[in-house]
Design a binder for this molecule. Structure first.
Ligand code: NDP
Length: 315
């Protein structure tokens, strides 16, 4: 049978390129889990993804009700779940004030981390039950977890501190909108959310790999300087960022190439090791990358897991 893969945020950028790459193999059916249904259908058609290889299902990660509804709808569809890819993200580097999810969490961490945390928890059993030879849960990370690169060290740096802001609700009312309890900074909130993604992948691995046989992985696909992620940035940045990445840092990767990389993490038998943060070298070959100190802190991962469970109503 064909494999079934859910990809969140498949309506643009990396998610769309991955949906295209994996659907074109003819061996997979892609569930595009997107907040804007029509945009996703149009994007899939424009990318030339053949109709029998994809289904769009509504998912707004900035609402935990929507996440629960999506999980229910998927379960009732009767499809098996072989791979889940947590890819969607928002990045608000120029925001002066925080904005919030339906439940009142700061939007970047609420969407990128908490929405995906609940989704992955709700669908873990479905992955466990899959009889597919290799079942996987992938959470897209970022370079902010690599201390061995220049880009991973550009300020403001990620720092979750002792999680005091998150533990008290991340709502900007009776708590700070930042995980570490500090002042709002949109670029930092995004980086913090990506560290959460990488810590969550490892905690899933420690708690569930042996019991479920699921492979848990994360990746940094390279700098895809032309995706919608930078849509909130100032125009000059959007003009200069792609050539800067191409010619100066040489970290640039096209959407198509990045999509092929994530597709490898979905289905390549040689990338089946669990608990790994994948990266690619200049020749586009994959390797197991080292994570920064904070992004591999086991104690923090455990605490983040417990606090997140409370916030999304699982504990
Ligand atoms: P895009 O902005 O192009 O894609 C982000 C996707 O997430 C869009 O489909 C968007 O939907 C979706 N999304 C945003 N908010 C929600 C929500 N509330 N519910 C459901 N979906 C939502 O960015 P990229 O493709 O660049 O980013 C994809 C992933 O790659 C992210 O995890 C990012 O952190 C990661 N990444 C990107 C890098 C880069 O250089 N671009 C580098 C390293 C990692 P819509 O189309 O409706 O806006």
């Amino acid at each position: 049978r064909k494999g079934t893969v859910i990809i969140t945020g498949a309506s643009s950028g990396l998610g769309l390129a991955t949906a295209k790459a994996i659907a074109d193999t003819g061996k997979w059916h892609v569930i595009m889990a997107c907040r804007n249904f029509l945009k996703a259908v149009k994007a899939a058609k424009k990318a030339g993804i053949s109709e029998e290889n994809f289904t769009v299902m509504h998912l707004d990660l900035a609402s935990l009700d929507s996440v629960r509804q999506f999980a229910d709808t998927f379960k009732r569809s009767g499809r098996p779940l072989d791979v889940l890819v947590c890819n969607a993200a928002v990045y608000l580097p120029t925001a002066k004030e925080p904005t919030y999810t339906a439940e009142g969490f700061e939007l970047s961490v609420g969407t990128n981390h908490l929405g995906h945390f609940l989704l992955a928890r709700l669908l873990l059993d479905d992955l466990k039950q899959s009889d597919y030879p290799q079942k996987r849960l992938i959470i897209v990370g970022s370079i902010t977890g690599n201390t061995n690169t220049l880009a991973g060290n550009v300020p403001p740096k990620a720092n979750l501190g002792d999680l005091r802001g998150l533990a008290s609700g991340l709502n900007g009312q009776n708590s700070s909108p930042m995980i570490d309890g500090g002042e709002f900074d949109g670029a930092k909130a995004y980086k913090d959310s990506k560290v959460c993604n990488m810590l969550t992948m490892q905690e899933f691995h420690r708690r569930f790999h042996e019991e479920t046989g699921v492979t848990f992985s994360s990746l940094y696909p390279g700098c895809i300087a032309e995706t919608g992620l930078f849509r909130e940035h100032i125009p000059l940045f959007r003009l200069l960022f792609p050539p800067f990445q191409k010619y100066i840092t040489k970290g640039y990767v096209s959407e198509e190439e990045a999509g092929k990389r994530l597709a490898q993490v979905i289905s390549d038998p040689s990338l089946s090791k669990s608990g790994v943060y994948w990266s690619w070298n200049k020749n586009s070959s994959s390797f197991e990358n080292q994570l920064s100190k904070e992004a591999s802190d086991e104690e923090k991962a455990r605490k983040l897991w417990e606090v997140s469970e409370k916030l999304v109503g699982l504990a």
